[in-house]
Structures are given as structure tokens and as C-alpha cells.
Design a protein around this ligand. Structure first.
Ligand SMILES: Nc1ncnc2c1ncn2[C@@H]1O[C@H](COP(=O)(O)OP(=O)(O)O)[C@@H](O)[C@H]1O
Ligand SMILES: [Mg+2]
Length: 243
């Protein structure tokens, strides 16, 4: 398992992916260090979601490889990829993807239950407090606001202490205030838990929560810069590089 690339939470090398005849990713390489918070920006249709699906082992690339925490996800079969994802990768989608018949606490614990792992009540408690979900533990997702649903999804992604969180436009269906709260929480959890975060967005305000931003263009990373939390500079670079 350890192969010298363990200092990277995620390392993609020369990834290619095509749907039919159209290449979406051409020679895509990206590294996210352990505990690093990276934003991946690009316009709609540039292949951001495709890359996250590849990194989570939900899709197989036509060439190249992706390692997460030193494990070559792209070489795993479907069953092994599903197990790996459950234990070592936290995935957060725009649409939350919560189980509507399970409570907030049950949703957070779902990966552990599926893995038949012992339940760590202290960790659940810590996450509920950190994600401002206290008092909502027993509620069903249908009774929550969008921001609360997304905080639950982040709790589920964090519970297993993954190598990396892969977040695909997690603020895309939230109002500006809830979106800012989610970005702040991701930044805080990244720091306190030292879990790497790869956050896909086309919103410079969201990207500013990360310490580094990478821009995707024509199926590859065209540039990578420290954000300095500077939304205006991220907007400028985005326009310069991606349009
Ligand atoms: N399952 C699919 N089948 C065919 N084409 C797809 C599929 N998923 C995405 N695409 C196409 O691939 C391109 C990249 O999509 P996507 O990765 O979703 O981009 P982004 O997340 O950056 O908006 C788009 O042109 C999209 O239409
Ligand atoms: Mg997308």
C-alpha cells in the first residue's frame, strides 16, 4: 500500500477520460498534499465532476492513474473501490445525497454501519457540535434546511477520518450565507482534522476558502496558484485562464 506517494492525499497522473468519442480529460495531473485544501475551478462542462468520480473510483479512466492515500484507486475492481471509498474517501455532492428515511445521526454513521465498524459515539458527538447540528440528531433530512442537509453530508464524509474529502460544488444549491458557512466549516475541519479537501466549484468566493486553486482548461490543469483568500484575484485568474 505504501509506495512513497503517501505524502499526497491524492495524486492524479496523466488521466484521460472520454465519453464516447469526446475526450473530457486529456492529460490531467493534480496533486493534493496531506491535509491540504485545494479548490478545482473550471466552467460548466470542463470535466470537474468527471475527475471527482474517477478519484472516488466511481468511473475508470481510459488512461493514467489516480492514487488516494497511496492506494491506486484506478486499479481497484468495483467492489474494492466501493469499500475503499467507504473507508478512506469522503464524497460530498451538490445534491446532498442523504438517505431520507434515516435521521441526521444515522446518516452520519452510515459508512460505519455499512462497514460493520464499531460506532464511536465521541466522534459522532464531536462532529455534531462542530457542524452545528446539535438538537437535530434525531430529525429526518426532510425537516432540515439546505445548509443543515449539507452539514449532515459533510459529517458523513468526515466520520471515517478519510484521506481526502472530494466535494463537488457542495454550495451549489445553497444561498450565499449558507454557502459561506459551509466553506468556513470545510476550512475549519480541514485544519482541525488534517484531512485533505478537494473542492470543485466555479464560484471564486467558494474557492477562496482553499489555500490553493487549480484551473482546468481543455481537459488538463492549466494553472495552480495559492489563493491568499483573495476572491478578486481568483476571479481575475479564472477569467484569464478559463475563458
Ligand atoms: N455520463 C456521461 N455521458 C456522456 N457525456 C457526459 C457524461 N457525464 C458528463 N458528460 C459530458 O462530459 C463533459 C464534462 O462533464 P462534467 O465532468 O460533468 O463537467 P463539470 O462538472 O465541469 O461541469 C460535459 O460535456 C458533459 O456533457
Ligand atoms: Mg459538475
Amino acid at each position: 500500500m505504501a509506495d512513497g506517494s503517501g505524502r499526497f492525499a491524492l495524486r492524479a497522473e496523466g488521466v484521460r477520460h472520454a465519453y464516447g468519442k469526446s475526450d473530457v480529460l486529456k492529460d490531467f495531473s493534480l496533486e493534493v498534499g496531506e491535509g491540504e485544501f485545494v479548490a478545482l475551478m473550471g466552467p460548466s462542462g470542463s470535466g470537474k465532476s468527471t475527475f471527482l468520480h474517477l478519484a472516488a473510483g466511481l468511473l475508470k479512466p481510459s488512461a493514467g492513474r489516480i492514487r488516494v492515500g497511496g492506494v491506486e484507486v484506478t486499479a481497484l475492481g468495483d467492489g474494492a473501490a466501493a469499500r475503499f471509498r467507504r473507508r478512506h474517501v469522503g464524497v460530498v455532492f451538490q445534491s446532498f445525497n442523504l438517505i431520507e428515511t434515516l435521521t441526521v445521526a444515522e446518516n452520519i454513521l452510515l459508512p460505519a454501519r455499512l462497514d460493520r465498524a464499531a460506532i464511536d459515539r465521541r466522534r459522532l458527538d464531536m462532529l455534531i457540535d462542530a457542524l452545528a447540528l446539535r438538537g437535530l440528531e434525531g430529525k429526518l433530512p426532510g425537516a432540515l434546511s439546505g445548509g443543515e442537509r449539507q452539514r449532515t453530508a459533510i459529517g458523513r464524509a468526515l466520520y471515517m477520518r478519510p484521506h481526502a474529502i472530494l466535494a463537488d460544488e457542495p454550495t451549489g444549491s445553497l444561498d450565499a450565507k449558507s454557502a459561506r458557512a459551509i466553506c468556513g466549516l470545510l476550512a475549519e475541519m480541514n485544519k482541525t482534522e488534517c484531512i485533505a479537501v478537494l473542492l470543485v466549484t466555479h464560484d471564486p468566493v467558494v474557492a477562496a476558502a482553499a489555500s490553493r486553486v487549480c484551473f482546468i482548461k481543455d481537459g488538463a490543469i492549466a494553472a495552480s496558484r495559492p489563493t491568499g483568500g483573495d476572491t478578486a484575484e481568483i476571479s481575475r485568474l479564472y477569467l484569464e485562464i478559463c475563458s
